[in-house]
Design a protein around this ligand. Structure first.
Ligand code: SAH
Length: 652
């Protein structure tokens, strides 16, 4: 954990790295949660509180420059973990916790970990602990509206305080305050973080308001960002009009144009991508459409589009959750258009391919079917875990529900063996098809990586995400190579895949990469990354992995989001080209929230489960906006008319 999660992210202080290696994190997590102790995120410890992500603890302790011999004050003992880490370096740590039962647990945890130089006190830490002041360092493990004055005065001259400050329910800025004299302090910003609220006389009130003694920091006003967006944005014509695609002529000479989406169930995103793609095919010679779908399923659309024979005996494509993602009226219409276009012999024979891990959804469905039979409890947990395959979901409550995973561990070998059989059968079948794209090398690569995919997919996290996106990128490269030097591809995948991961929490905090980043690294300006967004409307999504599709209302965008700025610009549909105006680009470079809705949408926990920090102009070359959007119309097997055979995409 220390190497992977901490040192690689730039924590260098040898005291900190040693201390992190010494303290065993599992002694500080709630009973039953031990197997998650080393996961890269916060975990619940009761009373709605969390043990901080290990990396954040390391970052804060390093920033506080804790040295041997120091006296340290911590506000928010929680589990006692951070206090134990600091106690490895400092001479004495005093840690205040407002919840008495948590303080009791922290004491027990510290005793278990044989740490004896920490004193846990119960009380309101915003007042500090004057009896033991001054301190060489103060670490505040909860986010307040401002820096408590009492704490500033309890720092020794030269002493450092590290504290998150900002809005209680969004992101905070991590500050380092250094006392430079009797009446002077320096302040540095260390970056965006997210903490539970600091509740007390100089923090927030219990109901989330600013307490009387916390002063209001000056708000910086200035010109409005929405006005600037309104000026620079290019209004878009109706999606169905011929003019729509022309706005994207600027990307006609790229090798790869990546088109995103902010959900997997919004009609406008699909319709706009289909219109742009038709235009790029007809006018700029694009001949590959590569989408975030399973290869074998997309191959059925490809056979239809390229006038190859359909297959009778195969399971109909896209019949696994989430069916609406590729079985919807827009994709159906686009498949018909492709078939007609290819029949004209206009030059380029356009193919339609799936980039995702070969048969990923089929594999997940097979795991769930199997567990449903042998261990329904393990199946329930597996659904939860697969629901978290999305990197922006980090609701700690999810871990709470997914904790009993021993059931899966017991049958993992069995499951992986079954999946290997399933894959081999699929590939045998594919090999009988003369027109198959899969050559022996690609085939061997799939088999080689499959077992690894299957094992880590269940556990989620950065490694499975990175494997998946690397696979998507390699498949794209393979398609481009096979198409020769004239080959040009349009990619349809979620914003989280096609927006440069280095510009979001994914890359910055969790070491996750994605296909957009890999395309930029490989093709430079030969790749265009186009993100999509919306303010409100309806979306097709489920509440859990494998659940029913529902049409859900999308909540109006959050006040601190890029989406809110676009909404306030007051233009219903637009393209924002990030290179068009340098002043606007600079203003947009201040990190904000961005909304990510996948196949699962949970409006109840929207802020935690669907918003992530991002720097929009770094993430995308352009941003397509639809202020109000509506759900896709599904054509799932469950939606077909009685008695009509399911022939999608071939049926009319
Ligand atoms: N450092 C902890 C994580 C703490 S989470 C660890 O390593 O596990 C933040 C903690 O701050 C919570 O336990 C919360 O109860 C506590 N807290 C919030 N406001 C406080 C205040 N004013 N005084 C003391 N503790 C506070």
């Amino acid at each position: 954990m220390v190497e992977r999660q901490i040192a690689r992210r730039g924590v260098r202080d040898p005291h900190v790295l040693d201390a992190m290696r010494t303290v065993r994190r599992e002694a500080f997590v709630a009973p039953g949660m031990e197997e998650f102790a080393y996961e890269d995120g916060p975990l619940p410890i009761g009373h709605g509180q969390t043990i901080s992500q290990a990396y954040i603890v390391a970052l804060m302790v390093e920033a506080a420059e804790i040295r041997p011999g120091n006296r340290v004050l911590e506000i928010g003992a929680g589990s006692g973990y951070a206090a134990a880490v600091m106690a490895q370096i400092a001479e004495k740590v005093i840690s205040i916790e407002r919840h008495a039962p948590l303080a009791e647990t922290a004491r027990d945890n510290l005793a278990k970990a044989v740490v004896s130089n920490v004193d846990i006190k119960v009380g309101d830490g915003t007042a500090g602990w004057p009896g033991a002041a001054p301190f060489d360092a103060i670490l505040v493990a909860a986010g307040g509206p401002s820096v408590p004055a009492s704490l500033k005065t309890q720092l020794r001259e030269g002493g450092r305080m590290v504290i998150p400050v900002g809005d209680a329910d969004t992101v905070q800025t991590l500050l380092r305050i250094t006392r430079t004299g009797a009446d002077s302090w320096d302040e540095e910003k260390l970056g965006a973080v997210r903490f539970v609220p600091l509740i007390g006389a100089e923090g927030w009130t219990e109901d989330g308001r600013r307490s009387a003694s916390s002063h209001v920091p000056a708000q910086n006003s200035g010109k409005t960002l929405p006005q600037m967006v309104a000026e620079v944005a290019e209004p878009l014509p109706d999606i169905e009009s011929a003019e729509f695609g022309k706005v994207f002529d600027r990307y006609g000479d790229r090798r790869v144009v990546l088109l995103g989406e902010a959900s997997h169930g919004t009609s406008e995103f699909y319709r706009a991508r289909a219109a742009i793609t038709r235009h790029l095919i007809e006018h700029h010679g694009f001949n590959i459409v590569a989408v975030e779908a399973d290869w074998p399923d997309a191959a059925a659309i490809n056979r239809y589009a390229q006038h190859h024979a359909g297959r009778e005996s195969e399971e109909p494509p896209f019949t696994r959750f989430p069916t609406w993602m590729w079985r919807n009226t827009v994709v159906e219409g686009f498949s018909h258009w492709l078939r007609t276009y290819n029949a004209t012999g206009a030059g380029n024979n356009v193919g339609f391919y799936g980039l995702d891990i070969y048969n990923m959804r089929g594999s997940i469905a097979a795991v769930l079917d199997y567990l449903d039979e042998v261990d329904p409890e393990a199946a329930r947990i597996a659904r939860e875990r697969y629901g978290c395959l999305t990197p922006w979901q980090r609701d700690p409550a999810t871990y709470g529900r997914a904790v009993l995973s021993q059931g899966y561990r017991d049958c993992e070998d069995e499951v992986v063996a079954q999946l290997r059989d399933l894959l081999e059968r699929r590939l045998d079948y594919e090999a009988q098809d003369g027109a198959s794209f899969l050559d022996a090398a690609q085939n061997a690569r799939l088999v080689r990586s499959a077992e690894r995919y299957y094992r880590i997919m269940y556990y989620g996290g950065a490694e499975s995400w990175n494997l998946r996106d690397t696979h998507m990128f390699e498949t794209l490269e393979h398609l481009l190579d096979a198409g020769g030097s004239d080959a040009k591809a349009v990619v349809w995948a979620h914003n989280s895949h096609i927006g440069d991961a280095r510009a979001t929490e994914m890359g910055k905090v969790r070491d996750e990469l994605n296909i957009g980043q890999l395309c930029r690294e490989r093709f430079g300006d030969g790749a265009a990354l186009v993100g999509f967004g919306t303010h409100t409307g309806t979306v097709a999504a489920a509440s859990d992995w494998g659940g029913e599709m529902e049409v859900k209302r999308v909540r109006p965008s959050h006040a601190d989001s890029y989406e809110r700025i676009c909404h306030e610009a007051g233009v219903p549909r637009f393209l924002l080209d990030m290179r068009r105006d340098e002043a606007l680009r600079r203003r947009l470079m201040d990190q904000k929230l961005e909304r990510f809705i996948g196949v699962i949408y949970r409006p109840e926990t929207e802020l935690m489960s669907h918003y992530s920090d991002a720097v929009l102009p770094r993430q995308f070359d352009a941003w397509v906006w639809f202020d109000e959007t509506s759900a896709v119309t599904p054509l799932g097997p469950e939606h077909r008319r009685d008695g009509v055979p399911d022939t999608y995409p071939f049926g009319v």
